[in-house]
Design a protein around this ligand. Structure first.
Ligand SMILES: C[S@@+](CC[C@H](N)C(=O)[O-])C[C@H]1O[C@@H](n2cnc3c(N)ncnc32)[C@H](O)[C@@H]1O
Length: 234
């Protein structure tokens, strides 16, 4: 029997998934992740979901190639719309933008359940995802980064507790990552910092962007206060 290998981004996502009954991979495309998780007995079964027929065909092909048709069901679904609520499961949304991920999470009220793990890997706008999770009673339990060539990716795990998490605007950009001491995370954080600093410098003293400039200044100051020299640490 063939065994699947994941690239570093998906391996990082997979490493966050806790042992559970079922994984629901939303936006699965090729279904590599659910195949890996079932093969490695992280879950008993999985749903590989995608909103588009083409990617779902890819998913079916992969599931067949690995002989897992009895364990992985492919589902045509916009987000979680066509998936029944479940317990003891993990919902994964990887390789999509943070704004879309937040919208898809918001539409699935049944995720407000302590037995449901959420693992997301936003390709952009992680700050939207963190804001959604903090404000809606989800606790971010772990954050990790992975490098693949010049790209650095973020993945995070969350679970519903019902308690809102207090946050600053800066925390939306670093989350739990300041706890990590690895070089990939440092690279990721520096990029966040550089992106914000670039915007701050571009706005300059233009009165039209005064409010945004104040917010950015507070974020950049907090990044420095948290103990790393983001300007010089290269
Ligand atoms: C870049 S691929 C990521 C594939 C895989 N999750 C990964 O991380 O490698 C994004 C996939 O999300 C799917 N997608 C986009 N919007 C979606 C939605 N609203 N519901 C379900 N799938 C969606 C796309 O069709 C595409 O197959």
């Amino acid at each position: 029997m063939k065994t699947i290998r994941l690239d570093s981004r998906l391996a990082c996502v997979a490493s966050l998934v806790k042992k559970c009954d079922c994984v629901i991979d939303v936006g699965t495309d090729h279904a590599y992740l659910p195949v890996f998780l079932v093969e490695n007995r992280v879950c008993e079964s999985a749903f590989a979901c995608d909103v588009k027929k083409g990617p779902l065909e890819n998913a079916k092909e992969t599931v067949k190639n690995y002989g897992l048709e009895d364990k992985i069901e492919t589902v045509l679904s916009d987000g979680l719309d066509s998936v029944q609520s479940m317990k003891n499961c993990c919902v994964v949304l990887a390789g999509m933008g943070g704004i879309l991920i937040s919208e898809l999470l918001m539409r699935a009220g049944w995720l407000c359940d302590e037995s449901v793990q959420i693992v997301v890997q936003p390709m952009s706008h992680a700050e939207y995802v963190r804001r959604f999770l903090y404000e809606n009673g989800f606790e971010i339990t772990e954050e990790k980064t992975a490098a693949d060539g010049k790209h650095v990716y973020l993945a995070l795990s969350a679970v519903y507790t019902g308690k809102r998490t207090e946050y600053t605007e800066a925390k939306l950009y670093y989350g739990k990552l300041l706890e990590n001491r690895d070089e990939t995370t440092a690279r990721y954080l520096r990029r966040q910092y550089d992106r914000l600093k670039k915007r701050y410098d571009a706005i300059g003293t233009d009165e039209r962007y005064k409010d945004e400039s104040l917010v950015l200044k507070a974020i950049l100051d907090e990044f420095h206060e948290k103990g790393r020299n983001f300007d010089a640490d290269r």
